[in-house]
Write a protein that binds this ligand. Structure first.
Ligand SMILES: [Zn+2]
Ligand SMILES: [Zn+2]
Length: 225
């Protein structure tokens, strides 16, 4: 993309994306093309350009470990700066304060593509920074109940927890199938006990959506949100 996008264009794209995601979740009808047409009329770019930007937004969502809009396959071709801007706009539109991770992740991925990297010196005393973030208050009873139901086995792959935690109990992590950040509830019909591998996969795998379907198929207590 040769000419750079203004903040207004990116903000309008993120607003449209989040609005479509909300409609998809609520089962309301909508047409993606209409959104692109509205944006195209407003800003004088092609509908294709906006569709591609939406796919960039999906990619940013994957870097955040979040769900993306069906049909808008994540498109990786986005610079770290624009991705960082999109990340900040998502937080702004959703009224959340999140730790920025996207630019760092893209830089690490880009660097990792180069062959025979020279061994980096690293940093002896990394700087720290304080930040304010949005946290969700979770119910410990939900965690305890879900873990009991799992009986020491991952509810995704079915394998025993890979190790015991410091409490001597099989180590499982409780995950919200519809993420709390995506408006999911903190209830047992939206929570599963997972091994760390499956938990990461549910957030970061390229097949995360497939794994979610599998969970809904095999765990009767889950209710789609
Ligand atoms: Zn597992
Ligand atoms: Zn999780």
């Amino acid at each position: 993309m040769s000419d750079s996008w203004s903040k207004e264009e990116l903000l309008a794209s993120v607003q449209a994306y989040i609005d479509m995601q909300r409609k998809e979740r609520q089962g309301l009808p909508f047409t993606k093309k209409r959104y692109y047409e509205d944006l195209a009329n407003r800003f004088g770019r092609t509908t294709k350009a906006f569709e591609y930007r939406m796919q960039n937004i999906s990619y940013v969502m994957t870097l955040l470990g979040r769900d993306w809009l069906t049909g808008l396959k994540p498109a990786k071709n986005v610079g770290a700066n624009v991705a960082e801007e999109i990340e900040a706009l998502i937080a702004e539109v959703e009224g959340q304060k999140l730790v920025p991770v996207v630019a760092f992740e893209i830089e690490a991925r880009e660097e990792g593509k180069r062959k025979n990297l020279a061994r980096p010196g690293g940093t002896q005393n990394p700087h720290s920074a304080l930040s304010t973030v949005t946290l969700y208050k979770r119910d410990a009873a939900v965690v305890a109940w879900v873990k009991q139901q799992a009986h020491g086995k991952c509810e995704c792959c079915g394998l025993p927890a890979p190790f015991n935690g410091s409490d001597g109990q099989p180590y499982l992590e409780v995950h919200h199938v519809r993420r709390l950040a995506d408006g999911g509830s903190d209830t047992v019909s939206n929570a599963v006990g997972l091994c760390p591998n499956c938990h990461r996969a549910l957030h970061y795998s390229e097949n995360a959506k497939g794994l979610v379907s599998k969970l809904y198929d095999r765990i009767p207590r889950l209710v789609r949100e």
